[in-house]
Design a protein around this ligand. Structure first.
Ligand SMILES: [Zn+2]
Ligand SMILES: [Zn+2]
Length: 185
């Protein structure tokens, strides 16, 4: 079973949220940072623009990071917890430029609940489809980013943030060249 468009979009948002804390300085330190993140992810709906809202999203980010790398059983428990905490109530909706899709909260629900249920529904799809190997972490040793592997043969190894793939490529090229030079000596 392939993952649907909604699911892929939502998983992209989850990965982006997690990765605000994965490479370089934390990119979610102020309410303004949160505005930038939500605009980039085109995540609409009600906002309070308070410190409490930011704190709740940062807390969710930590939980989602754990779920991204969790095994199947723990992921299922975590997904159900997110849905229960937000008192999820599936609704089919159409808004902005998006066609019909599911929301599990009203547009007036707190931001963290709307983010949490969207993440939970997408992760539920991952579980249902047996697609857990799509959720990975960057192979660069000094990188904490998560990756969403949408390649056909599940071959994505590096994150899209911070050029890890290039860096690793240069590193392995240098070590190969060093090895050749040593052999030639
Ligand atoms: Zn929506
Ligand atoms: Zn990386």
């Amino acid at each position: 079973m392939a993952l649907g468009h909604d699911t892929v979009d939502s998983l992209g948002t989850v990965a982006a949220l997690i990765n605000t804390a994965a490479t370089g300085p934390d990119a979610l330190l102020t309410p303004a940072d949160l505005d930038v993140f939500l605009a980039r992810e085109r995540f609409s709906g009600s906002r309070t623009h308070t410190a409490a809202e930011l704190r709740a999203v940062r807390h969710l980010r930590t939980g989602l990071r754990q779920l991204w790398t969790a095994d199947e059983e723990r992921l299922a428990v975590g997904v159900n917890q997110l849905l229960r905490n937000a008192r999820a109530l599936p609704q089919v909706v159409r808004h902005d430029e998006w066609g019909w899709h599911l929301h599990c909260t009203s547009p007036a629900a707190p931001l963290e609940e709307r983010l949490a249920t969207e993440a939970a529904m997408a992760l539920a799809d991952v579980l249902r489809g047996g697609e857990l190997d799509r959720l990975g972490t960057c192979a660069a040793p000094d990188c904490a980013a998560v990756i969403l592997d949408l390649t056909r043969n599940r071959s994505k190894r590096y994150c899209d943030t911070g050029n890890c793939g290039n860096r690793e490529h240069v590193r392995s090229y240098r070590s190969r060249r060093a090895a050749t030079q040593k052999a030639a000596r």
